[in-house]
Design a protein around this ligand. Structure first.
Ligand SMILES: Nc1nc2c(c(=O)[nH]1)N[C@H]1C(S)=C(S)[C@@H](COP(=O)(O)O)O[C@H]1N2
Ligand SMILES: [Mo]
Length: 329
């Protein structure tokens, strides 16, 4: 079976893809249909199917439903701010980050918050297995009890050129891995998300090779920057950000930061991963932020911030070269 997914922007060939292509696909689609000379009726239909009034902050907040985590947890497991991390830019508005998300299990059009109501992130468990001395399964209580939480201000750079600055709450991925004692033979971690088509409507689209999968080398996973986030903006993770927890690898393109994992396997060989398997020429396994290396369909030299659309030059390793450059020397 061939997993070729055609998107309207496959046809767009410019050096710098304008943010509108990623931010407002429906408008882009209308332009595209116009260019193709399609009738006004067709255009009207396309936009009426897609057209939705601008949601209120309350609607977006309610949809994210951070109530999946019992309120007492905030008191029982307070997070300490880690001052070593700074954005070097303005923080992204909470609403802007919650409204525009990539979570293909729920939608491929950024509006995942509209489709997460059936998703139930609690109870949850993560099985850790493969080449390790102490394989085990962690439930949410284990995770909250075992790992002291801290807050880190991180930049995030999606391969599609949008970016955000958000305060994640969580703990280093290394802390979890150390507990299972990886064997020297283990060179990679393979990470797998859930399969719940009844809770995640877009999983019914079987042109995608579900579950979503990602991977890192063990050295990358053990680097202090690799973070497992249980919250953002001082609250539990809204469902569309990857409740109940998600990986954050801020020196790599965003697709490496897998949401809602259920299984982590230590392996000797590089695992097959979701986007790398679908389109290997567009989405590499390593996928470090490298502004000099263009995506085959757009430049990676600049990025634009969610909410403000402010443009910035992109920076090698997303500006985290001091922390992770040694991994690639
Ligand atoms: N399970 C899963 N994880 C995922 C994705 C996804 O579709 N499914 N999208 C990735 C992409 S492309 C990006 S840019 C980030 C986006 O994180 P955010 O939507 O919380 O900002 O999540 C990543 N993690
Ligand atoms: Mo992304």
């Amino acid at each position: 079976m061939q997993y070729f997914v055609r998107r309207q922007w496959d046809l767009q060939q410019r050096e710098h893809t304008p943010p509108s292509v990623f931010e407002n696909r429906q408008a882009h689609r209308r332009d595209f249909l116009k260019q193709m000379g399609l009738s006004a009726a067709g255009i009207g239909l396309a936009s009426s199917v897609a057209g939705c009034a601008k949601p209120t902050d309350e609607e977006i907040e309610a949809a994210g439903d951070v109530g999946w985590l019992p309120k007492e947890y905030a008191e029982k497991y307070p997070a300490k701010q880690n001052e070593t991390f700074e954005y070097g830019r303005s923080e992204t508005a909470q609403r802007a980050a919650a409204e525009y998300t990539n979570f293909y299990e729920f939608s491929s059009s950024k509006d995942c918050w509209r489709n997460v109501s059936k998703f139930n992130p609690s109870p949850w468990s993560i099985e850790v297995d493969g080449l390790c001395g102490k394989p085990r399964t962690f439930d949410l209580d284990d995770i909250y009890n075992l790992f002291p939480l801290e807050e880190r201000a991180y930049r995030h750079r999606c391969v599609e050129t949008w970016a955000m600055c958000v305060p994640w709450t969580g703990f280093p991925f290394a802390e979890l891995l150390k507990l299972v004692e990886p064997k020297p033979k283990a060179k990679f971690v393979a990470i797998e998300s859930f399969v719940r088509p009844k809770e995640a409507p877009a999983m019914g689209d079987d042109s995608f090779p579900w579950p979503y999968t990602e991977g890192l080398t063990v050295d990358e996973a053990m680097n202090d920057m690799a973070f497992l986030a249980t919250g953002v903006y001082g609250e539990a993770l809204p469902k569309q950000h990857g409740a109940p927890l998600r990986l954050v690898v801020p020196w790599k393109y965003g697709f490496k930061s897998i949401k809602s994992p259920t299984r982590i396997t230590l392996t000797e060989r590089q695992p097959l991963t979701f986007w790398n398997g679908l389109k290997p020429n567009e989405y590499g396994f390593t996928a470090n932020v490298e502004p000099e290396v263009p995506h085959p369909r757009w430049s990676q030299a600049t990025e634009w911030m969610l909410g403000t659309r402010k443009e910035h030059d992109s920076v090698i390793y997303n500006g985290y070269g001091e922390q992770v450059g040694g991994l690639y020397a």
